[in-house]
Design a protein around this ligand. Structure first.
Ligand SMILES: *[C@@H]1O[C@H](CO)[C@@H](O)[C@H](O)[C@H]1NC(C)=O
Ligand SMILES: *[C@@H]1O[C@H](CO)[C@@H](O)[C@H](O)[C@H]1NC(C)=O
Ligand SMILES: *[C@@H]1O[C@H](CO)[C@@H](O)[C@H](O)[C@H]1NC(C)=O
Length: 530
């Protein structure tokens, strides 16, 4: 235990030692992913680096002007659908409609075809952005001559790795998702027996049927990569690179993977030397609330407040569901702050305040906050863990169902299904989460303590490793050779075959020798006899 503080201070010392003003080229993913990329950019800017961000002309999350970075705008005709609020509202609407028929084959097929067609559209738009960029010779020349030190990318849309390959620059990821699914699956061994696959809703303890389900979803993601998310980029690579470049291996060549996850939340699993865990790097100590909000929160007395938000993409769930939620809130003795866009539910309780925007981190860090009602996006979940606030989950799409499986298995959340929401059951779920006699709050406090107890803050490790890659022009020594191997070498199939064949050969040889010997003995015996 004694060496621990010493180690911590050494690490801190190393971390605050900056490498002087590097040049970072950032290829972000728009929408909620941008929010945490932006925080990393601000941290790098504070440490004296020059940052350039690639954005499309249709982006309204990634602003063109910023005190923290300069931007290069690529002209695009249409926005990427994930940043189009009207599109996302209708996508969500359809997902919820489909989930009303859950359990049928139709619902399964409709749910994933809805999801995949949405992903396919986004991927196509981003690959179009890349093509537009590569077609502009002047721009590419400028980018090349700018002599960046590193490319920082979110590889959920793998334009960043392709650009880094073209520019021959070291590559750092700020990552949780790839076009293949969860990022670890592309680089680290991921035994299907205890590593739950995306969409499977499994924990790390699986019986036979759950393991079957795990393998099934593995197959679904294989399909997604090869037929939905990869084709636009592979077509791009085939066109612009001569020597059969493969998108997945460009991704696997990254120097450092800053993974937006933490094992207080994720199930333990095998990992790699170039993976750095920065889950919760978006969280900060809370700042004081704006005075009107503070007055409202303060008026809650000892009961405290409940905070509800469905994240950046979804403003509300339509009038029917919103009225159920409003009715349940109205029954609570707590006050409620609800981030809500659209028409006010008719039955809104007088304890509930609707706001169009919420300082979520500051709200969750407020000492009067008792529970967080969320769709289960990871930014919000890590803020809840950081501040020790128990959760009521209403998962809607994407990874949110799996995230809630994790929180539930940690005993820090109740989960409700949005399509069968009723005032009675929702009220009960809320009361459970709020009840200090129930274990949710204590479990969340314990999780929060574990999350905070580390030698280096997640943001400090993130900036340290970006600078490390700039200082050493990459981190190839941390990267395994696995991605260069064909599958039969990776799994040692060739070795096993060789051993089996030589084993069989030895057995055959032994048998043949025995037969010869027997015959010889028999012949000699016969000769003696005669
Ligand atoms: C959602 O769909 C329902 C019927 O399918 C429709 O009545 C409603 O207006 C839609 N809401 C939004 C926000 O698109
Ligand atoms: C190409 O890039 C240059 C430099 O960024 C820009 O001035 C020009 O307008 C671009 N050309 C086209 C056709 O987009
Ligand atoms: C809020 O509503 C409840 C019942 O709906 C009522 O008893 C209470 O007086 C109201 N409070 C205020 C401040 O209007």
């Amino acid at each position: 235990m004694e060496w621990y503080p010493a180690l911590a201070s050494i690490l801190l010392f190393v971390a605050v030692q900056s490498c002087d003003g590097g040049k970072v080229l950032v290829f972000p993913v728009d929408g909620s992913h941008w929010l945490n990329m932006k925080l990393l950019i601000e941290a790098l800017h504070t440490r004296g680096h020059q940052i350039t961000v690639l954005r499309s002309s249709t982006s309204w999350y990634v602003s063109q002007l910023s005190p923290h970075y300069t931007s290069i705008t690529i002209p695009l005709e249409q926005p990427q659908n994930m940043e189009d609020q009207a599109f996302m509202a209708s996508f969500l609407n359809r997902s919820i409609e489909i989930r009303r028929h859950e359990g049928t084959v139709w619902a399964f097929l409709a749910f994933y075809s809805n999801l995949f067609s949405m992903l396919e559209q986004s991927q196509k738009t981003v690959s179009l952005m890349l093509t537009t960029m590569f077609e502009n010779r002047t721009l590419m020349q400028e980018v090349k001559e700018s002599q960046y030190d590193v490319v920082l990318a979110d590889p959920c849309f793998p334009a960043g790795p392709i650009l880094a390959h073209y520019l021959k620059l070291p590559l750092v990821f700020n990552v949780r998702w790839l076009p293949t699914g969860e990022a670890h699956f592309a680089i680290a061994p991921s035994p299907m027996s205890y590593v739950p696959q995306l969409f499977s809703l499994n924990t790390d303890k699986m019986d036979l049927s759950q393991r079957l389900k795990n393998v099934f979803y593995h197959g679904l993601l294989f399909y997604m990569f090869h037929f939905v998310t990869n084709p636009p980029y592979q077509a791009f690579c085939d066109r612009y690179f001569s020597n059969g470049v493969n998108v997945l291996s460009l991704i696997q060549e990254a120097d450092i993977w800053l993974m937006r996850m933490d094992f207080t939340f994720e199930f333990p699993r095998p990992t790699m030397p170039n993976v750095v865990y920065i889950g919760g790097f978006n969280c900060r100590p809370s700042k004081p609330l704006p005075s009107d909000l503070e007055a409202f929160v303060h008026s809650s007395g000892d009961h405290g407040v409940v905070v509800m938000s469905l994240g950046t993409l979804f403003g509300n769930l339509g009038p029917e569901i919103s009225e159920v939620i409003a009715a349940a809130f109205a029954r609570l003795p707590q006050k409620v702050v609800w981030r809500y866009l659209g028409q006010q539910p008719s039955n809104l309780g007088n304890n509930t305040l609707l706001v169009k925007w919420l300082p979520q981190n500051d709200m969750l860090g407020h000492p009067k906050t008792r529970a967080f009602v969320t769709h289960g996006g990871t930014n919000g979940i890590y803020e809840a863990i950081y501040h020790g606030v128990p959760v009521l989950g209403i998962p809607l799409v994407f990874d949110q169902f799996d995230n809630m499986v994790r929180l539930k298995s940690l005993g820090v959340a109740e989960v409700v299904e949005v399509t069968t929401l009723e005032v009675e059951s929702l009220t009960r779920a809320l009361q459970n989460v709020l009840d200090p006699e129930k274990p949710y709050r204590d479990n969340m406090h314990r999780l929060s303590q574990l999350h905070h107890d580390k030698p280096l803050k997640p943001m400090d490790s993130a900036t340290f490793w970006v600078e490390f890659v700039m200082r050493h022009k990459g981190a190839a020594h941390l990267r395994t050779e696995s991605y260069k191997l064909p599958w039969y070498v990776y799994h040692s199939i060739d070795v096993i075959m060789l051993l089996v064949i030589s084993g069989l050969f030895m057995v055959a040889l032994f048998c043949a020798l025995c037969t010869c010997l027997m015959r010889a003995l028999a012949r000699r015996g016969k000769a003696k006899h005669e």
